[in-house]
Design a protein around this ligand. Sequence first.
Ligand code: G1P
Length: 295
Amino acid sequence: MKNLRKVVFPAAGLGTRFLPVTKSTPKEMLPIVDKPLIQYGVEEALKSGFKDIIIVTGRGKNAIEDYFDYSYELEDILSQRQDNGILEEIRRMPKEVDVAYIRQKKPLGLGHAIMCAENLICDEPFGVILADDIIDSKVPVLKQLTNIAKRLDAPVIALMEVPKEMVKKYGIVKGKKIENRLWEIEDMVEKPDIDKAPSNLAIIGRYILPSNIFYYLKKVKPGKNGEIQLTDALKLYAKNNKIYGYVFEGTRYDAGDKLGYLEANIRFALKSKELKQGLLNVLKKAIKDECSQKG
Ligand code: G1P
């Protein structure tokens, strides 16, 4: 696959799992330490060689557009204060990224969100990042997938083994292993019941998709939860075309879930020299207090 330049970020969801804060703050703007969730995905895309970012937004998501734009007032105040470190940091995103926005006018599912980007994608293969899935890895996961997509000239999706009882939260694939970490996918199903799951290999939110995926997206009927599912379109695609899954190297946090979100915050804060020791002290004290209360 050539010309991998564009990445779609579906970001129109209502963020109901994080209500009430998401009533007025987009879920994608919730902080992991001091950067919004979506920035982790955007940085991963840039580090993977993708230049064009397309964010599919919805009502109440204006904060995302403001974030990736210059903020002249703030910059003026910071430069008067000669606060150059943070000034550089807040200029970095608007300088490095060009973002195109398109609205998903109705919450009709992930597949539908991707379809909204069709006119901006034109006739090129493209990446998809689900910002909720934050992945800490040496080589950015989208880059890991890109390497395979280029080598095999076919679409690739990120996979991770999950405990059997978790399969109902994910798209689950059936396939045959052809190399270390690499699977040729034969079939897939969105959020199956435990007894219907063909494996425990789950789709994680990173995809390299072909431009004709839109043809398949238009063919699928509403599936799980009455939504147009990307998994269903990929399933149709897999019937007549090669598609691969790659068990990525890295640690994934489900920041779309409260516990996963808190864990991501703790883990990323522990990677910061400035915060590590203080946070460890806070955590040790909290654990000690909790244990002594129990006893
Ligand atoms: C989406 C996809 C699902 C995938 C998951 C990964 O579901 O539909 O196939 O396994 O992302 O996070 P969601 O979690 O958005 O409901």
